[in-house]
Design a protein around this ligand. Structure first.
Ligand code: NDP
Length: 252
């Protein structure tokens, strides 16, 4: 079987994984953060977990990218820069900004995310620097421009919202408060909304099934989590703003 065909099957596998994850996560909230609970095996410090599970999205992505025949072309390099803008922050900056000393996550969650990130790094990096076709003119194509703008808007929303959450705690705090400001005026999980917009932008900017598979997976993963977080907020805080929605302002 050719590598191109294997790549195609792996992209298909990610769509299937998205459907399976969506159904499972609507029933059972992933056991990390506020939904951490016993019964999921050994745990590791949350900070180490984030670095471990996200690192393939930086390292493996760069390695696979560099092996591509079009790695030195301009448009793939711009796509690489967009990807790494997000993942260098997520892997090497975000974990050190987290507050909540002593927070842990199940090893099984970190390992599942690690495997997912290996798959995701391979299918996306291999596509942009090898199987995909991105001439220099791609950078002035409406698909690239609109996708890149959406990616950067989503990334900015995700950053701003994560920062608001992080600042709710003083160093060493572990408690939860009602987040205010930014898009929290309208929704409980603007960080997830930003993440979903960013990867939808990536799917458009790369105009690829690999990118689309990741955008669909991100939504399948984070939509159920946003619903669970939202109902947790409403149950936990009697004064939680009644007009605030879970994920989409005024809608959901
Ligand atoms: P959360 O919003 O659950 O938590 C983010 C951080 O803020 C955690 O340290 C959490 O602490 C803390 N926190 C959350 N709510 C409050 C609050 N009300 N008061 C005080 N502190 C709070 O996000 P996730 O951990 O699920 O995700 C983190 C980032 O990773 C997000 O930007 C998300 O978009 C991204 N992500 C992307 C995925 C994808 O599929 N692409 C999958 C999962 C995450 P604690 O850990 O103690 O709850």
């Amino acid at each position: 079987m050719t590598e191109a065909r294997i790549h195609g099957y792996l992209v298909l596998a990610m769509f299937v994984l998205a459907v399976v994850s969506f159904i499972a996560l609507l029933r059972v909230a992933a056991p990390y953060g506020r939904f951490l609970r016993p019964g999921w095996g050994p745990t590791l410090p949350a900070r180490a977990g984030w670095i471990l599970m996200e690192s393939p999205a930086v390292i493996l992505f760069i390695v696979v990218y560099a092996l591509g025949t079009k790695a030195a072309a301009e448009a793939p390099m711009v796509l690489l820069a967009l990807w790494q803008l997000h993942y260098i922050n997520r892997t090497l900056v975000y974990p050190f900004r987290l507050r909540g000393t002593g927070n842990r996550m199940p090893l099984v969650i970190a390992l599942m995310a690690l495997l997912f990130n290996c798959l995701n790094a391979y299918i996306n990096a291999r596509w942009i620097s090898h199987f995909g076709a991105y001439p220099d003119t791609w950078l002035s194509d409406p698909a690239f421009i609109s996708g890149a703008v959406l990616f950067l808007c989503g990334w900015t929303i995700n950053q701003q919202s994560d920062t608001i959450l992080i600042r709710l705690r003083r160093p060493g705090d572990t408690g939860y408060r009602i987040p205010e400001g930014g898009l929290y005026r309208w929704v409980s999980c603007p960080n997830y909304l930003g993440e979903m917009l960013a990867w939808t932008g990536w799917a458009i900017a790369t105009w690829s099934l690999a990118g689309l598979a990741f955008a669909v997976f991100t939504t399948a993963n984070l939509l159920p989590r946003a619903l669970a977080n939202h109902s947790w907020y409403r149950q936990t805080f009697p004064d939680y703003p009644a007009s605030r929605r879970a994920l989409l302002p005024f809608l959901l």
